[in-house]
Design a binder for this molecule. Structure first.
Ligand SMILES: Nc1ncnc2c1ncn2[C@@H]1O[C@H](COP(=O)(O)OP(=O)(O)OP(=O)(O)O)[C@@H](O)[C@H]1O
Ligand SMILES: [Mg+2]
Length: 577
């Protein structure tokens, strides 16, 4: 197989043509910008779809695109020199050695999956790559030359892109401005808004996200999925060479995730090196060529994706076998704790169902089906416009989450960073937040008890933190999620609503969370879980309520549920309607 160096196959608009032999790469010259290779959008306008495909094939002789553009691992081994190498990189934060001599090689046209438990060091590694953090030791080698990026802007200019785990979107700017910030098209000194929106529209279409995002919508009005798509689009602007996706699908629906997988396939065809971080095995085997596993900041091993399997990867990540991911014991449901009768709010219509003591009910459906809105209406966070909510047989009209908490209902929300956590406060304060009333006497918090409760719940959920006084902002994404759950588990409420409880959580901690949910139900709590992951829906639920466009489209008992009939109730009838 011919082994063209990655930098040599680059007429593509988003693969840099910059020379490879420099210690630090120069800023792109203005003449290069004038060639029209500035953006995806510009490229889209210049080419028809068929010429785009032709160009790709001609451009990548070393890589024979297999189905969907992905390349079998065997085709790649020992062909290309890596575009980017993070060589022996170490990074410590106070009290934590986040990375210890980690080496990662990103090769053109390949998807390298990066896996590991929460806190293993994945995001830190990507942040070093994009110069958001400086490594304590180790080298970054781009096209065979050691580089040192002065800033994230410098790394970006050199084609390094990281799609962050928690996108930073500016609420008062439009989607288009958020995507092109720093590279807005100008007409003289003014921003050319017509061109800006047209570029964004064309980029959205080209990336395969048509209909999912309005270029003129404001950042503050975007759903988590839309924010994630904006973050992805940003990475495509200009000439990326290496794109790292940090858990990109955690807030995407299956449909949106599918669009992303196609996009990744095309990026590979165009010789871009892709790094993909995810806790979802299915996705890893769908997109990855190779898998690099980290544990406690060290490399445990690297495998070609087609020469490994779920259990080997789990063993590498967790250090033990996980025989059962799901814990489910059948409990005899008790009295109804929550009864909804024709509940209606802005995005929820005529919803009726019960959740009994000792029962786990899972709300399934597509992202946008109205499940989070329903949960927020139940706890008084969104106005109810019709119908009734009965708690333990008594009508409740909560006007705020505080009312609902008093009545014994709790919601662990989906958006941990904005809706749940006090990022500047400690792990202990965040866990004990919902129980300070219970822990206080004469308005004085019993500190020792507070610490004990926080420590017990942090341990139960394996929250990885050097100590309980550590600021929550310093935890890894998955560990932050565990802190949110620990808070509501500490409260021991009658009804616990968990909105996407395992989002961003590693496979070992997932098993712990499923066991805890099962145990809560066994102890008599009613649990309502919102989940978009079908295996989780099937593994956890005693009963499944499927929603579609704000309405209940069906209910399934544990024994009659399957991926097909849940999907059927989520999508198919909608298409028929
Ligand atoms: N700014 C920071 N200050 C202190 N410690 C930090 C900081 N950022 C990360 N850490 C710590 O470094 C370790 C690695 O964190 P990192 O975010 O890289 O994990 P991760 O593998 O991305 O986990 P997850 O799957 O939960 O996202 C964790 O123990 C985390 O608490
Ligand atoms: Mg992370």
């Amino acid at each position: 197989m011919s082994a063209a160096p990655p930098c040599a196959r680059s007429s593509t608009p988003y693969v840099t043509t910059s020379p490879c032999r420099r210690r630090r790469l120069p800023k792109p010259r203005s003449s290069r910008r004038k060639t029209g290779s500035r953006s995806w959008a510009a490229a889209a306008r210049r080419r028809t779809r068929s010429s785009f495909n032709r160009a790709n094939t001609a451009r990548s002789p070393a890589i024979a695109p297999s189905q969907g553009g992905f390349v079998a691992a065997s085709q790649l081994q020992d062909t290309d020199e890596a575009v980017l190498v993070l060589d022996n990189v170490s990074k410590g934060f106070s009290g934590v050695q986040a990375l210890d001599a980690v080496t990662l090689r990103a090769r053109a046209g390949e998807v390298l999956a990066l896996m590991g438990e929460n806190g293993a060091g994945k995001s830190t590694l990507l942040k070093i790559m994009s110069a958001a953090h400086a490594a304590d030791s180790g080298r970054i080698v781009l096209d065979g030359n050691e580089v040192s990026f002065a800033s994230p802007v410098d790394a970006r200019r050199n084609g390094i892109r990281v799609v962050a785990q928690e996108p930073e979107i500016m609420g008062n700017l439009s989607v288009a401005e958020n995507v092109y910030v720093g590279a807005l098209p100008r007409n003289g000194r003014l921003v050319d808004r017509a061109r800006l929106f047209e570029m964004a529209r064309s980029d959205i279409e080209r990336a395969g996200f048509s209909g999912l995002l309005d270029p003129r919508a404001y950042g503050r009005d975007l759903s988590p999925a839309q924010r994630q798509i904006v973050e992805i689009l940003r990475a495509l602007v200009g000439k990326p060479r290496v794109i790292a996706f940090d858990e990109p699908t955690s807030s995407l629906s299956d449909h949106e995730a599918e669009a992303l997988f196609h996009l990744i396939g095309r990026l590979c065809e165009d010789g871009i090196a892709v790094i993909y971080v995810s806790h979802r095995m299915k996705e890893i085997f769908r997109v990855a060529t190779r898998v690099l596993v980290l544990r406690d900041g060290r490399v445990v091993g690297e495998r070609p994706a087609d020469e490994t399997d779920d259990s080997e990867l789990v063993r590498m990540m967790v250090g033990r076998d996980l025989s059962t991911l799901f814990h489910h014991t059948s409990h005899e449901p008790g009295r109804p704790i929550l009864s909804l009768r024709n509940l209606t709010s802005a995005d929820v219509h005529d919803v009726s169902f019960d959740v009994h003591a000792g029962e786990v009910v899972v709300l399934a459906g597509l992202v946008g089906a109205g499940r989070t809105e329903l949960a927020r209406a139940i706890i008084g966070d969104l106005p109810v416009t019709g119908g009734t909510i009965l708690v333990d047989g008594e009508e409740m009209k909560p006007t705020s989450p505080r009312d609902a908490i008093r009545a014994g209902l709790c919601l662990a929300p989906e958006e941990r960073k904005t809706q749940a956590l006090l990022m500047k406060r400690s792990v202990k304060d965040n866990i004990s937040l919902a129980i300070v009333g219970q822990l206080s006497r004469w308005h004085v918090i019993r500190r020792r008890q507070e610490r004990e409760v926080a420590a017990r719940h942090a341990r139960r959920l394996s929250v990885r933190t050097p100590n309980l006084d550590n600021e929550v902002s310093k935890l890894s994404g998955g560990n932050q999620q565990k802190v949110v759950l620990a808070r509501w588990l500490a409260r021991r409420s009658k009804l616990l609503i968990l909105d996407e409880p395992t989002r961003g959580v590693d496979v070992g901690a997932k098993a712990d969370i499923y066991a805890i949910i099962d145990q809560l139900a066994a102890e008599g709590a009613a649990v309502l879980v919102i989940s978009s992951e079908l295996p989780e829906v099937l593994g956890l639920a005693d009963r499944i309520v499927v929603m579609q466009r704000g309405r209940v489209s069906g209910e399934l008992g544990r024994d009659e549920a399957s991926e097909e009939n849940i999907l059927g109730l989520s999508i198919l009838e909608e298409e028929a309607a």
